[in-house]
Every structure is written in C-alpha cells, then in structure tokens.
Design a protein around this ligand. Sequence first.
Ligand SMILES: [Ca+2]
Ligand SMILES: [Ca+2]
Length: 317
Amino acid sequence: MGRLSLALLIAALFAVPVAAQNFIANGDFENGLTGWTLVSFNDPLGTTGVRLADVNGTGDATQAIYADFQTLTPVMSAFYNGTTFTAPQGTYPVSAAVSFEKQVTTPIPSVTANRVEFRLYDANVSPAVLVKTVNQYAPNQTGLVERVLFQNATFSIPATGNYYFGLFLRHSNLAGIPFIAHVDDFAFGEFGATINSGGSASLGNVLNLLLFAPSAASKPYFVGSALGTGPIVIGARKIDLGLDGLLVLSTSGVLPAIFDSYNGFLDTAGKATAKLNLPKDLGLVGIKVHSAFVTTDSAAPSGILTISNTCAVTIQK
Ligand SMILES: [Ca+2]
Ligand SMILES: [Ca+2]
C-alpha cells in the first residue's frame, strides 16, 4: 500500500466517527464563493460576491458574502444557494453575522427595512421546497455601519434527509440610499449550539462571545479559547479547538478578569455571553483566537450535551 492510499485510509477511518458540527459548507466565506451559487441579482448598477469586511465589528476584516446595492428604486436583491447537506431530524440553532454598510454619510432618513432572509429548503424533492424563512432586519443603528449578530432562530429538520440554505440579501428602497449588505460566519449546528463573536478585539477592549444552545437551556456551559482549531475528539464527536496553552489557561479559571464568565449557566432561552477582556499587551496583536463552548449533562455521551461551532477573531492594536 502506497503512502498516499494509507493516508487516505487513515483519514477515512478518522472521518467516520467524527461528525461535523456545522452543516453549512464554507459558512465563513474564507474560500470565496465555493459552495455558494448565485441564483439571482437584479441591481444593474450593483455588484455581488465575496469581499473583506468587518461584519461582526471585532476590528478584523475577513471574507464575507455581500451585495452592493446602488439602484435605489425599486427593491433590489441578491439570492444565493448553499451546498446541500444531510441532516438528521431535529431542531438546530442558526447564527450569522450581518451588516449593512451605508454608502453615503447622510443620516438614515427613515426605517430602512433592509434585511437578510435565511431560507431552509428541503432537497429531497425536485424542485426543492421551502421549509422556513427567518428574517434579520437592519437594526437601524446610527453611523455608517449597522451590525447585528443573528442568533435567535432555530430551524427544524422535519425528517432525516437532504437540505440546503438560501441567503437572500434584500435592499429596501424606503431609505433611498445605497447599502452594502454582508453575511459572515454562518453556522447551523448539528449538536445544537452556536457561538458568535462581537464587540471589539482591540487591546483594552471586551470581545463578547455570544452563546446559543436552545436545547441546553439552564444547563452548565464551558467556553474555551485556543490558538488553533485542533480538533479535540470527544467520543464520536469533536470540538474544533487546539489543545494548547491558551486553551488550558482559558479553561482553568485562574484568570477570571481576562476570561470572564467562561463558565456558568445558560439562561432559560439557552443563551449566555462570555467576555474576553483583552489586556493592553502589544505582544497579543495579530494573534488569532478561536473560541467554542460545550454544555454538560451527566446523562449525555461523555457528559457533553452540545458542542458549538468555533468562531475566530484576530486581536487588533
Ligand atoms: Ca469570514
Ligand atoms: Ca471581524
């Protein structure tokens, strides 16, 4: 057996028991539009694709899917389909970072009604059937960029089978001003938990880690931050964190002023916010921090009820 085939065999053995946590292929768009198909875009003056943007407001720009709307009337939209995935019947949380970037400096004159629609399709039939749509509206914040972390929704897979998500970026003509809509860090968690980061990853500031595990409401949670994505295998599952010094430090509880609320209990809606208080240490600039969390239940396999996706930010000056 040649070296390559042996490597493939080992990879196959490893891949079988270790399931993925995120059904969304390339949901962080770091591989461009791989896995995403443009269905329609009707703005003759606009552009759409992938660009660098700080969608979650952490200070670092990463690749995000976008639509730059320059036609002000009528309503314009970009519609993409993601990759089909196989999911077991169940209810899973969804999360993403969404932003709407104003292309003029004048104040927003009215409610913009810009929105992103997350659409789940059943691909077991042809043509595929829309199962559910959840809207994330622009938050109508002042300033040039309106940001929101979308994490309040769950989608139910009605029967084990094949599904995909559509992303519909919609520009309203109400405000009469051009916008760029972005979506990044799109996660749909197989094990019922999602994490997203927001706030500022700059020295001396607080990076918020928003935890969401509706199936683990009121259960204990434990957040870890690491320098890499591992993964670490937990029974038949995995968590995408590296077993490194930062993970040991962040989970040890010895620096609660820095790793603030890294463990506790989710609220009755299955939510909590952990905080990474970044010290004013220039040596931290440029470090990429990956974070994920688990919830626990003594009756669950390995005592772990849910394992989240992993979110990453790069520490800024
Ligand atoms: Ca990204
Ligand atoms: Ca960012």
